[in-house]
Design a protein around this ligand. Structure first.
Ligand code: FES
Length: 100
């Protein structure tokens, strides 16, 4: 959050949309069913989705599957989170190589 307010704000129409629960790094996270996983993670405050080989945080860059900066372990497979639709019970690990 900046001094001027939050960096990421949901459209008001999403407040009445059907919700689901996914598990991110072992923590339950509520999201709008079917929304983009990358934006659901950002809306939950998770802007750093991993660490680069240089040790810097990785995050959302292109939001169209090109840069691969948003890759996470989703239901056991490494996938760009910007190309994945959220569904109930989805398991996501953000740390590189993720998993318990
Ligand atoms: S943000 Fe670039 S591939 Fe997802």
């Amino acid at each position: 959050m900046s001094a001027d307010g939050p960096l990421w704000v949901r459209a008001p129409a999403l407040d009445v949309a059907p919700r689901c629960v996914l598990v991110v790094d072992g923590v339950a996270v509520s999201a709008v069913a079917g929304e983009c996983l990358a934006t659901a993670l950002a809306a939950s405050g998770r802007l750093a989705l991993g660490v680069s080989p240089a040790g810097r945080p990785r995050g959302l860059v292109c939001l169209m599957g090109t840069c691969q900066q948003c890759v996470a372990l989703v239901d056991g497979r490494r996938r760009p989170t910007c190309l994945v639709a959220v569904r109930d019970g989805m398991e996501v690990w953000l740390t590189d190589g993720g998993g318990p």
